[in-house]
Design a protein around this ligand. Sequence first.
Ligand SMILES: Cc1ncc(COP(=O)(O)OP(=O)(O)O)c(N)n1
Ligand SMILES: Cc1nc(C(=O)O)sc1CCOP(=O)(O)O
Ligand SMILES: [Mg+2]
Length: 541
Amino acid sequence: MATQLLCMCCGAQPQPQPQAAPFMRFPFWNSVHPKNPTSVVRVQAEAADMNMNSIPHVLSVAGSDSGGGAGIQADLKTCAARRVYCSTVITAVTAQNTAGVQGLNILPEDFVADQLHSVLSDMHVHVVKTGMLPSLNIVKVLCQTLRKFPIKALVVDPVMISTSGDVLVGPSVLAGFLEELLPMTDIVTPNIKEASVLLGGVPLKSVSDMRTAAKLIHDLGPRNVLVKGGDLPNSLDAIDVFFDGEEFYELCSPRVNTRNSHGTGCTLASCIAAELAKGSSMLSAVKTAKHFIEAALDYSRDMTIGNGAQGPFDHFLALNINQSSCRLNRFNPNDLLLYAVTDSAMNRKWGRSIAEAVKAAVEGGATIVQLREKDAETRDFLEAAKVCLEICHSYGVPLLINDRIDVALACDADGVHVGQSDMPARLARTLLGPEKIIGVSCKTPEQAHQAWIDGADYIGCGGVYPTNTKANNRTIGLEGLKEVCLASTLPVVAIGGIGLSNAREVMKLGAPNLNGVAVVSALFDRECILTETRNLHALVS
Ligand SMILES: Cc1ncc(COP(=O)(O)OP(=O)(O)O)c(N)n1
Ligand SMILES: Cc1nc(C(=O)O)sc1CCOP(=O)(O)O
Ligand SMILES: [Mg+2]
């Protein structure tokens, strides 16, 4: 699709707007929908929002699920799991369990307005996420209030039919969605049935239908559309179609076979809201949310709560994975600055253990370490990895494992690096969960794009120069590195033949997502690793 900046619904030219403050850089704010006055309010409000200590805050406007799996309860758990504050405005109370919805009590719109006012007049809300909006008047009250109180993004989960198949709202609400809510929306996340309802009942039977629906829903006003294909028949994968008005993305994950899928829609939308509140771009918020759901479903596949057909899942999976370890928090792209990659043959040549080599590198200023032990016995590798993990963490440096997901899991390393012929990154993500760091080797823009879709955190791109460390490695040069950097929003680390003589030349490439250099022989095939690392660190800093 052409990447032109014309409004899809009226053909008008979007107004250029000032860049958002660094705390919240939302690329979708750079152009404002001409029919959407609230977005203008948001950008103007940006200037006042320079408080870097402000806690990411999502306001969930949704219904209560007495069973605790969906609605407000799911939103609170999701935001807590994603470390974002969540306030709530309750629109309805359901009597609900794992068998379905037994009762629904809608709150008067005046009281919904009171709740909205209480929260928004007092607290600094970044993102509003909506779930069940059970009456037209509640939709109207919400839209009116949002026009008064500027927020950064509006995430709309158009809850109309519960996962158990119960119809949760009447058709009059649809008019409110179409006329008022969707034109103010930054992202709407319908499932197949909801997308069909929004489009007047057209059936969606294939991914191609989902793309068409995403485009048609985008024409209704929201800036981004995510059509969720979890219910698509005859599909082994869960494919969601994301459309940002210019490009389509098919986000694919293996379908998790579990009864415990109640609340996935609420969780996905509130995870997107949470990531946006933290400052993610829309694309990366959607991607993170999808991985979070996938990991949570997989983690909870055998949980048993309730006797009905559809159970809830565990949002707090990350808390349960090896609590004793001092694993570092999520990936920081700046850690790629000086990336030390070990080599067993070099350590042998110089008579060093892996741990000695790693200690010298982190003392010298390596900012991330990868254990690339191609010929180590599994048991020796695992023992060495545990020791190196302690050393690295004592310096606040993440430790990744090359190729071996099993070893990374067994020692609770911070992540893995995989190449094009190793385990696919998508599978590695499923096995490792959303919190671990995954790097993927890419030599082309296509591989870089796939790495993003698969949930990678960074790209290792090379060989920038010829290398003797990796046999038969194709050299792509600085031009190849630049092409990959430009093709991706993922952070990139350059690799291959890099050392003191050329590291500065690599960094001078100036691509904003080129975060550092990865080095093997220039550190580990030298007499003094500490000195070499110090010198290289000084050069790239
Ligand atoms: C940071 C970084 N980038 C690229 C690679 C190469 O990975 P791969 O292509 O899987 O090759 P091997 O390292 O497994 O030989 C890397 N290891 N690290
Ligand atoms: C492990 C590796 N991967 C590469 C790639 O191009 O993906 S080049 C490489 C070896 C880098 O070693 P040195 O710093 O000694 O040249
Ligand atoms: Mg590999």
